[in-house]
Design a protein around this ligand. Structure first.
Ligand code: ADP
Ligand code: MG
Length: 401
């Protein structure tokens, strides 16, 4: 079954939520399968820890690269390849995979989305909302703990038996406002407010409060991101999900402060939208030629020109709103009848311009201009043409990505 990515800043609480989601799904699957002897789904939690990937692979500073590693960047690439392989090995219509790693690169999320699409299994994304200062506080706490452990080990080795005085770092609680929640905000509004909020976090941090004092859970045993620049760089490199892109949707947000009942509500939503329901059916005609009626009528070529021009115009208009990788919705008849099915064009990952669209349009017109005078005109032919052109564009854009 589906692939669910967990994403968020380093040390923002991803693994905590991933484990909760794992437990939630385990229970739900058991409940769903109680009647039959074999569970309907198998569940997998794949993470950096489960594959023994060290935090140091994310450190891009060449000065810290171990001698045996090709380059600072290569270690992260290898880690991604290992994660990708692990997902690919188990992902199937019967397996639910939770991938708990940073998932911070847009292109990487796109690749995983395609993998899910390949095996015809749903896909979803859970973003963990956490103030930057708090996430940094977690890393600081882990650094502190591992320094103390090292110190204790050294003292034990030296055999001097004196007790270590634990150093307490003075911390200032950041006056960080709560992260915006996706709630019922329009995705774009949410994204904007989340960006503003993140920007504010950065500003606050450069001027005043540094990090929040965080108490690690007693069972926490994760290694910190070291040196500190490794952590800071990951925060800067983080590519915020865009819920308008199909590889970042559906997007669910869970924040650090979400109560167990908030979290359960989100998990229920994930269950309903990602696990149980098949993704929405899209109307995607794939034939690039239109089936024509043998009905006399003179202005087929005119309709062909007019409808394809209209679609080009609407795509350009809507692209400004939905952005690259977004989905453009178009009226099938071109007349916006109430309750009619809509056609969907999935834009490629980069902006499409007028010249490119006109190229596709001309190619499509050339393919379909034959047999003038033999075709049905009016809304029926127009609808078929529109559907066919949309299918043609979807194919063309898909090849482009
Ligand atoms: P990540 O996987 O993003 O690095 P973790 O899930 O390992 O982050 O969390 C880091 C630390 O923060 C852990 O000690 C964990 O107990 C604590 N923590 C994470 N999320 C929460 C939360 N929502 N409430 C309280 N503590 C949390
Ligand atoms: Mg983690």
């Amino acid at each position: 079954m589906p692939l669910i990515l967990i994403t968020g800043l380093p040390t923002s609480g991803k693994s905590t939520r991933a484990a909760q989601l794992y437990d939630y799904l385990t229970e739900r699957i058991a409940a769903e399968s109680s009647s039959s002897s074999t569970p309907k789904f198998r569940l997998h939690l794949i993470s950096d820890q489960s594959l023994s990937i060290s935090r140091s692979v994310y450190d891009l500073d060449p000065a810290h690269t171990p001698a045996h590693v090709r380059s600072a960047n290569a270690s992260e690439k290898d880690a991604r390849a290992a994660l990708y392989g692990a997902v690919k090995r188990v992902l199937s219509p019967r397996d639910i995979v939770i991938l708990d790693t940073l998932n911070y690169i847009k292109g990487w999320r796109y690749q995983l989305y395609c993998e899910a699409k390949n095996v015809q299994t749903p896909f979803g994304l859970v973003q963990i909302g956490c103030p930057v200062a708090r996430a940094r506080g977690v890393n600081e706490a882990r650094i502190r703990r591992s320094e103390q452990q090292e110190q204790q080990e050294e003292e034990q080795k030296a055999g001097n038996g004196t007790t270590t005085s634990t150093t307490t770092t003075t911390t200032t609680a950041a006056a960080a406002g709560a992260a915006p929640k996706s709630g019922d905000l329009h995705p774009e509004t949410y994204q904007q407010s989340h960006q503003n909020w993140q920007q504010k976090q950065f500003e606050e941090e450069s001027t005043g409060p540094d990090f929040e004092d965080v108490t690690l859970s007693p069972t926490d045993s994760q290694e910190p991101y070291t040196p500190r620049s490794n952590w800071e760089n990951l925060v800067f490199r983080y590519e915020e999900p865009n819920p308008m892109s199909r590889w970042d949707s559906p997007l669910f947000i869970i924040t650090w402060d979400d109560t167990p009942s908030d979290t359960k509500a989100t998990f229920d939503q994930i269950w309903d939208e990602v696990i149980v329901n098949k993704p929405q059916k899209l109307i995607r005609a794939n034939k690039s030629t239109v089936q024509r009626d043998k009905d006399p009528g003179g202005d087929y070529l005119y309709v062909l020109e007019k409808e394809t021009q209209d679609i080009v115009k609407r795509i350009l208009e809507q692209q400004a709103e939905v952005g690259e990788g977004g989905t453009v919705r178009l009226s099938r008849s071109g007349t916006k009848e109430e309750g009619e099915e809509m056609l969907e064009v999935e834009l490629p990952g980069k902006k499409v311009g007028l010249p490119q669209l006109q190229r596709y349009r001309r190619a499509f017109v050339a393919l379909n201009r034959g047999g003038i005078g033999l075709e049905a005109v009016g809304t029926l032919a127009a609808g078929r043409l529109r559907e066919s052109f949309v299918g043609y564009l979807n194919d063309a854009f898909e090849k482009e990505m």
